[in-house]
Ligand binder design. Structure first.
Ligand code: F6P
Length: 549
């Protein structure tokens, strides 16, 4: 892969064709695009698995979409996708295969890395996870004193936290309610303190999730949790085996920590951290929702993998979403992208996507080591929709910045809401109304027609023309969650491929880690840090004064 140096993106004729098209597009309004084309809503909609994507409220014509597809073709998106699925080492800076798709490949299929069929290994780990999850769920896994487990605490950070936490929240109606699940990530001792302060160590199980098992936050928290457990139980090291399991690629470090590798669930270096919650990193989730629902979720992922691999670009959800993002990011100077789910169960969805998208595509060096001359990954942000409406939607409607957004809706209320399910139409009416208001706004004639005083008219006018994709699913099932995540994973892939960046490394997080390690002794003991800049040095001095050191 990647033998020939690629023509720079901004030197491709397809790029220039899009720039010219953008000029011609000018301020064309969605009001006009809809007025001129009665079939637009139907034509610019696509069914992707169980997800319906309405992309008609985008500032695009058939010509725009054609030009974007030509850019994708010229950028080799499909070739890179196929290389990923074949297990080629497309993570060039780490020289690794990128095979999160193998994590959800049915057992009968084969995917080889260095000659070895990884699908068999994936399914062996899934079987081991299922055995363990069922034991905890049924109360057959007991703690050191013989009590059954009541609380599972996942200790991990980044991809070893955000995915399981997001999915646990999303699938709460499917969880075993008598078990409690908590997620600890922050090295701030307050996080672990609040998670365990009301727990009985005899009924608590820790899942230490870390791909590398060297991440300082996780190892620090896991070490403190072990201290809390042993002092709470008044027990020796032999109690650890019943209360700690690990998920990692690094068996050596796991056993160095004191966890029996019998109680370790393995995954592999060809799974990136932010692409890993469908691996053993999802162990706490599997305990929560059970192996069957976990497998349904994997099947949902797989369905979109197949769609991404096989659907033609014009009907391919990840291609469409990725290319629409390129259109705004690179030709409208949109700096950010909002993800606005209209489901309370998606409280952690955007936080999860932030890592997925921003750690993947927040790069400024291309795959051949040259600085990029074009914008890459957007700033991804958002919260569940109705809350956002009463906070930052003002800026979306009348601010000076263009913020393309995804509005995600689930047609059926979650199971078990009882009479509260009656509120669902109001929730969904809000979603549809926002898409409508953002797209079509309110003209000053409309405002005047309401008898508004002249001086008030500009304030009450909504320009509209703010693009959104509406994603609609019938129910928030494990399968639908898997489908949505795979859709976003592959969207991020498409964008990284067009920008010619390595979406699978994360060198940008390294410097801060190294500097923090170097600074800690200065904070604790006043140790000298050679070459420390004046600002940081003064902050360290003030910190020490505040701490009375
Ligand atoms: O620091 C970034 C990162 O490497 C993420 O990519 C990863 O998800 C997270 O840290 C946690 O890493 P680990 O699972 O190895 O503890």
């Amino acid at each position: 892969m990647n033998a020939a140096r690629r023509t720079r993106l901004d030197q491709l004729p397809e790029w220039h064709a899009l720039a010219k098209h953008r000029e011609e597009f000018g301020d064309t309004h969605l009001r006009t695009l809809f007025a001129d084309d009665s079939g637009r809503a139907e034509r610019f909609g696509v069914q992707v698995g169980d997800l319906y994507l309405d992309y008609s409220k985008h500032l695009v014509t058939d010509e725009t979409l054609r030009l974007l597809r030509e850019l994708a073709a010229a950028s080799g998106v499909a070739e890179l996708r196929d290389a990923m699925f074949r297990g080629e080492r497309i993570n060039v800076t780490e020289d690794r295969a990128v095979l999160h798709t193998a994590l959800r490949t049915p057992a009968a299929a084969h995917v080889r890395v260095d000659g070895e069929d990884v699908v068999q290994r994936v399914h062996a780990v899934l079987a081991k996870m299922a055995l363990f999850a069922n034991k905890v769920r049924d109360g057959h896994w007991t703690g050191h004193t013989g009590k059954r487990i009541r609380t599972v605490v996942n200790i991990g950070i980044g991809g070893s936290d955000l995915g399981p936490k997001m999915a646990y929240e999303a699938l709460r109606p499917y969880t075993r309610r008598e078990l409690d699940f908590r997620f600890v990530s922050n090295v701030d001792g307050a996080d672990l303190h609040e998670a365990v302060r009301d727990l009985d160590p005899a009924e608590t199980l820790f899942v230490v999730a870390s791909k590398t098992f060297t991440t300082i936050e996780t190892i620090t928290n896991a070490t403190a949790a072990r201290r809390w457990l042993l002092s709470g139980l008044g027990a020796g090291e032999d109690a650890v085996a019943k209360h700690f399991v690990a998920v990692s690629t690094n068996a050596g470090k796991v056993s160095e920590f004191g966890i029996d590798t019998e109680n370790m669930f393995e995954f592999w270096d060809w799974v990136g951290g932010r692409y890993s919650f469908d691996s053993a990193i999802g162990l706490s989730l599997m305990v929560a929702i059970g192996p069957d629902h976990f497998n349904e979720m994997l099947a949902g992922f797989h369905c979109i993998d197949e769609h991404f691999r096989e659907a033609p670009p014009e009907a391919n959800g990840p291609f469409l979403m990725g290319l629409l993002g390129i259109w705004y990011n690179n030709f409208f100077d949109a700096q950010s992208h909002a993800v606005l789910p209209y489901s309370h169960y998606f409280s952690q969805f955007t936080a999860y996507l932030q890592q997925l998208d921003m750690e993947s595509d927040g790069k400024s060096t291309d795959r051949e080591g040259r600085p990029v001359n074009w914008q890459t990954g957007p700033i991804v942000w958002g919260t569940p929709g109705t809350n956002g409406q009463h906070a930052y939607y003002q800026l979306l409607h009348q601010g000076t910045k263009m913020v393309p957004a995804d509005l995600i809706g689930i047609a059926r209320p979650a199971p078990g809401l009882g009479e509260l399910a009656g509120q669902h139409d109001l929730l969904m009416a809000n979603l549809f109304a926002q898409g409508q208001a953002l797209a079509f706004g309110k003209t000053d004639e409309e405002v005047r027609a309401e008898g508004v005083a002249d001086e008030q008219v500009p304030h009450r006018t909504f320009p509209g023309n703010r693009p959104t994709t509406t994603i609609l699913a019938e129910e928030l099932t494990p399968s639908v969650l898997g489908q949505l995540i795979a859709l976003y994973e592959h969207k991020v892939f498409v964008q990284g491929a067009v920008w010619n960046i390595d979406s699978f490394d994360q060198w940008g997080v390294e410097l801060g880690k190294v500097l923090a390690k170097r600074l800690e002794p200065a904070l604790t003991d006043g140790a000298d840090v050679p070459g420390l800049d004046a600002s940081t040095s003064s902050l360290v001095r003030r910190y020490r004064e505040l701490r009375g050191r």
